[in-house]
Design a protein around this ligand. Structure first.
Ligand SMILES: [Zn+2]
Length: 326
């Protein structure tokens, strides 16, 4: 048996618990493990996972985002899950081994009670996958074969189609984010090359990926940086001049903003001067119900990316201020 055949066999036989809550879409079994593996395959393609060891100690935001994109495709709204479920339980498969923290032992009982990333981190450093499997997944053909194996053995035809589409979108989003990264060195007036070949959902994901990465999950205006224990980030990728009028995903037309700053910026209550100081609308000062917190930002410098090439372009900031008379 060749190496890839061995993993095809393991993926087909993936141990998944049956349950009344799971529909025909997932062949009446829990979908966590194959969905996590689809996300892992994407991250190997993206070069985010660069060795056979997947750490739980660093940030798992991208893994969690991809897991949730797949999950939401086929699981009814309101039925959430944590990546900690499959991350721990995959230990029962021959190709995935949890690596315990020094001094802690990983028993079946510990694995069985893992339902949050916080809990997982108490005893595990991460997971080690077979070198050979990692090697296969570094190659596009290997990824395609094993992805298809998961789709066909764990899901109905209808669900497989939907997840396959999501995996294409994820790859497209990654390609788009790479183009955006490279375009940040082009003159501002240049169009993003090939922009129109990308679907809106892939563009959104690609723009979000690159902006949030540049700002390292920190709100450019108020500086808040929160990553929940379940690895959700507080920031959105905001357009300075809205996409609807600019069709411009240049990273210099973007900022990572927390929900409140995003909303306040989009509605012209906050703006940024050409020398990167926060300004607010008069309305905020006059309205006693407006959060005082927004007023405290006036005159403060924004928190821009470390790489100066990625800073917001003054001409877009000016356009935004003009629109809202700031
Ligand atoms: Zn903020």
């Amino acid at each position: 048996m060749t190496a890839i055949e061995t993993y095809i066999k393991h993926f087909v036989k993936l141990n998944r618990s049956p349950g009344a809550v799971w529909s025909e879409l997932t062949k009446r079994k829990a979908p966590h493990k194959p969905i996590l593996l689809l996300a892992v395959i994407d991250l190997i393609h993206r070069g985010v996972i660069t060795s056979p060891f997947i750490a739980v100690t660093g940030d798992l935001i991208e893994l969690n985002e991809l897991f949730n994109l797949y999950w939401r495709r086929i699981i009814p709204h309101g039925q959430a899950s944590s990546i900690a479920f499959p991350f721990s339980r995959l230990d029962r498969e021959p190709f995935w081994k949890l690596v315990s923290k020094p001094g802690s032992t990983t028993t079946q009982a510990v694995i069985n009670s893992t339902s949050s990333v916080t809990y997982l981190r108490r005893y595990a450093l991460g997971a080690k996958i077979d070198e050979e499997l990692f090697h296969i997944l570094q190659n596009e053909n290997g990824r395609d074969v094993l992805r298809e194996t998961l789709l066909q053995s764990c899901f109905s035809q209808e669900a497989a189609m939907s997840l396959r589409e999501q995996s294409v979108i994820n790859r497209e989003a990654f390609a788009y984010s790479r183009i955006l990264e490279e375009s940040s060195h082009l003159p501002l007036t240049m169009e993003i090359p090939g922009k129109d070949n990308f679907r809106p959902v892939a563009r959104d994901q690609g723009f979000r990926r690159i902006v949030i990465k540049a700002y390292d999950h920190r709100c450019a205006l108020c500086g808040v940086r929160i990553i929940t224990p379940e690895q959700r980030t507080v920031v959105d990728a905001a357009h300075i001049v809205p996409w609807s009028t600019s069709h411009n995903d240049d990273i210099r037309n973007g900022m990572a903003l927390c929900k409140l700053c995003h909303w306040a910026f989009d509605y012209g209550m906050l703006g940024v001067t050409d020398n990167y100081k926060v300004v607010t609308s008069r309305q905020i000062g006059a309205d006693s119900n407006a959060p005082g917190f927004l007023q405290t930002l006036v005159g403060r410098g924004i928190i821009a990316p470390a790489d100066q090439d990625l800073w917001p372009a003054p001409q877009y900031l000016a356009e935004h201020r003009k629109e809202w008379r700031l």
